[in-house]
Design a protein around this ligand. Sequence first.
Ligand code: HEM
Length: 392
Amino acid sequence: MAGKPVCHNGHDTEPAAQDQPGAWVRAYGRLPLPADLNWLWTIGAILCAILALMLLSGLTLTLAYTPDAGLAFGSVEGIERRMPAGWLLRAMHMTGASFFMLALYIHLLRGLYYRSYQPPRRAVWLSGCGLLVMVMVTAFAGYVLPWGQMSYWGADVAGKAVGALPLVGGWLEGVFLGGDAPGTPTLHRMFALHFGLAFLIVAMVAGHIAHVHARGSSSPSARPVEVTGALPFHPYFTVRDMLAIVLVAITFVGVLCFWPELIAEPANYRPANPLHTPADIEPEWYFLPFYGMMQAVPFKLGGLLLSGGAVAVLFAVPWLDRRAGAACGAPALVRVFAVAVLICSAVAAACAGLHHMQGYWLLVARLGMVGYYAYFLAYLPLSGRLQRGGAA
Ligand code: HEM
C-alpha cells in the first residue's frame, strides 16, 4: 500500500521533524555493525579511553614541569614528591604510555590478520599508520623530558642516527638537538613536539573514527553485513566496549599499584650526565624491535633505513596484499602462522635490542629482521597467488 502510514485514529504515524534522531545518534548510536564482531573490535574504544587519560594526566603534569636541562629532572622529582597526587599522575602517564602502545600494536595486528586495510578501508588504514608514527614521535619526545640518564643518551643516539642521513643529516641533527649535544634547546623542542602532537593526534583520531563509520566496519568472517546480520552500535557494542575498558582499567590499576617496576627504567631515575655513558643504552620496550633492527646492521645509515623501513612498510600494506576482496584467501592456519612468525620476529629483534649486538644476538636480530620483512615483502604479495591457486 502506497502513501504515508496512518494509525487507526487517522493520525499520521511518521515522526515529526523534532522527533527525528539527530545526526550524532544516526551516525553513532544507531550505526549498524556486523553482528559477528569479536572482542578485538573493542581495542579502538580502549585506545580512545587511554588517549583521554594520557591527555588529562599530561596536561596536569605540564603545570609543574620545567623544560630546562638544569631544572627538568628536579621538577619531575618535585612532581613525584611535593605535588599533591603527583606520584600517581606521573605513574598513570608512564604506565598509560605502555598500555597505549600495547593496545596500538594489538589493534594493528588485528587489522593485518583480518585484512581490514582492504578497500573500502584503505584510508582508514593509512590514517592509522599516520597515527602510529605520530604516537611514536610523541612517546619518544616524552621519554626525553624527565632528563634522566636514558632520556639524555636516548636523545644522543637518536640525534646521531638522524645525522647519518646523507645530505640533510647534519642539518636535521642540528634542528633536532638545537646544538652539538642534547641540552636545553633539545628539551624545548621535545616539549613543544610532545605537547603539540598530542592535540594533532586527537584530531587525527576523530578523522580515523569518522572514516571507519563512513566506510563501515570489516568483520572477522569478512562476509558482507547482509550475510552476518547487523546490530546497532548502541547498546550492543557500547556495552561491550565499556566492559572491555573496565577490565583494562582494573589491569592498569593492578600494574600501577603492585608492579610499578615492570615499566619504569631504573637508569632514568639518575639525572642526565653527559660525562657518563651508561653501559647499555636502551629505549622503552615498544621501540625495541626497531632499535634491534637498527643495531643489526654494521653501518648507521643502513640500520636507520631498515628500522625506519619497518614502520614505513606498513603504509604499503594495502598494495602489497594483492588478494582481491575482503574474503580471506589464505587458509586460517596459514594466516595464523604468518602473523605468529611476524610477532616472533619482532620479539626476537626486541630481545636482541636489549643486548650487546654481537655473536649470537647479532644473528637473532638479523633473523628477526628477515622474518619481519618476509611477512610484508614475501607473504603478503604471495598470498594472492595462494588464493588464486586455491580458487583454481
Ligand atoms: C591513536 C591511535 C588509534 C586510535 C585511537 C584508533 C581508534 C580506532 C577505533 C575507535 C576504531 C573503530 C573500532 C575498532 O575497529 O576497534 C578503529 C578502527 C580501525 N583502525 Fe584504528 N585507531 C588507532 C590507530 C590505528 C592504527 C595504528 C592502525 C593501523 C595501522 C589502525 C587501523 C584501523 C583500521 C583498519 C580500522 C577499521 C577496522 C574495521 O574494519 O573494523 N588504527 N580505530
